[in-house]
Design a protein around this ligand. Structure first.
Ligand SMILES: [Zn+2]
Length: 270
């Protein structure tokens, strides 16, 4: 599933190619995504210039002259720049045409979303409730400490709550808490300021490591037709139940937390 780093890499990869370019038209091959594609999408977008691409959580916001195209990659979506004449595959549902090139949305499972927002996209019901951006300067140990006071919820579930913090999915929450040396079950409200500081730094470090890992293959990914395209990463604990901890050698344990698998090292994370 595309996570925050993949979405951010997509944004950074597309921006230099598309900023300032005009959309000439739209090819919609399959209109039933998570929400039906607007039937008038072609007429709405044709002739508009793409001014900028922003990201909020895992939403991409294509800022156009007269509004914003909101795009979410769902469970399996990816965006690539291809020659417009290149034949579309079975799961290539939507093209935005820019001259001889197309920005092509591939989404085998069709949980992705494409929405046109005429007014203030940041006030849209899908965007407005989103929590703080973990890579922003506003996200800090102090912020985390303040935000978690009085919260009995496990810290891992708090990190994954998109109304609190956006874009920290199961993998990054598990990995960040390993780096911070904190047991994922710890009640969030019981964490002292110093541990909140360690967790906030670990979240940033984990996401930035993923961005760096993806950055090297960024051009290939955005500008190629290669498979699922998402980069592989080495995890400390995620998906490694029963394997030795990379730091201490003890077996990584898995448990269920909020219906999700959680991986941790019982020695390194207390
Ligand atoms: Zn360990």
């Amino acid at each position: 599933m595309p996570e925050l780093p993949e979405v951010e890499i997509t944004r950074r990869g597309l921006l230099p190619d598309l900023a300032g370019r005009q959309i000439d038209g739209v090819v919609a091959r399959h209109t039933r995504l998570r929400y039906p594609l607007p039937r008038t999408l072609g007429r709405l977008l044709a002739g508009q210039t793409l001014l900028d691409i922003d990201r909020r959580g895992k939403y991409l916001l294509f800022r156009l002259d007269r509004g914003t195209l909101l795009l979410h990659l769902g469970m399996s979506g990816s965006l690539r720049l291809v020659p417009a004449a290149e034949p579309a595959g079975k799961h290539d549902h939507l093209d935005l045409l820019f001259g001889t090139r197309a920005l092509r949305l591939r989404d085998p499972r069709r949980f992705g979303a494409v929405l046109w927002v005429k007014g203030d996209a940041d006030a849209h019901p899908l965007i407005a409730p989103l929590g703080i951006e973990p890579l922003s300067g506003a996200f800090s140990g102090d912020w985390l400490h303040d935000a978690t006071r009085g919260r009995a919820t496990a810290i891992k579930l708090f990190l994954m709550d998109s109304h609190a913090i956006v874009g920290v999915g199961n993998i990054y929450a598990s990995e960040s808490l390993f780096r911070a040396g904190v047991d994922p079950r710890t009640p969030a409200g019981r964490l002292a300021r110093a541990r909140c500081e360690r967790i906030a730094m670990a979240v940033k470090t984990t996401l930035e490591a993923a961005l760096a890992a993806g950055g090297s293959s960024l051009r290939d990914f955005i500008h190629s037709d290669g498979g699922s395209g998402w980069f592989q990463q080495q995890h400390f604990v995620y998906g490694r139940e029963g394997e030795p901890c990379r730091r201490c050698g003890m077996k990584v344990r898995a448990l269920r937390l909020g219906q999700r698998s959680t991986f941790h090292c019982p020695r390194c994370q207390r």
